[in-house]
Design a protein around this ligand. Sequence first.
Ligand code: K1U
Ligand code: ZN
Length: 174
Amino acid sequence: MALLPILVAPDPRLKIKAKPVARVDDDIRRLMDDMLETMYAAPGIGLAAPQVGVDRRLLVLDIAREEEKPAPLFMANPQLTWLSDEDAVYEEGCLSVPEHYAEVARPAKIRVSFIDRDDQKREIEAEGLLATVIQHEMDHLEGILFIDHLSSLKRNMILRKLVKSKRSVLEPAS
Ligand code: K1U
Ligand code: ZN
């Protein structure tokens, strides 16, 4: 398995609508495994393929706590089949928007259909943090970041800080 570099905003590859996969074959399974390893190493609780520069509708997640048994979920071509009217607000973070967090409101309960790591069609219901992380990762497949749910003032402030910190890595002060 391999650790993959995670793209940081602003990056045009994070704004692209990802393409469906035809099926989950050995190449896709290897990519999903690399994404999971990258997510655990970051550390994070979710990761979508566009975050590692891959233009495909794939995501991995695991919201199990450190003291719990790992419970990874692998999704290809996820589709929301039902959303609750009621919203829930969570403080969100993103490995592509490092060190910034903000509250985002999303449907509290969802039903999502997807193809799993064994190329089997599945549908699950989710609520709480799991529902939030699935929706956050599915946004990545549409080229949407959690900061796109904030006011343009807050979003631009965060983007300016990210540009500045990228610059300081490229041009360290002498
Ligand atoms: O970059 C990502 O998409 C992953 C992101 C997922 C997420 C977190 C919280 C709300 C919505 C979506 C992260 O994993 S950020 C890091 C994080 O939340 C975390 C890291 C280690 C332990 C617990 C949480
Ligand atoms: Zn994210």
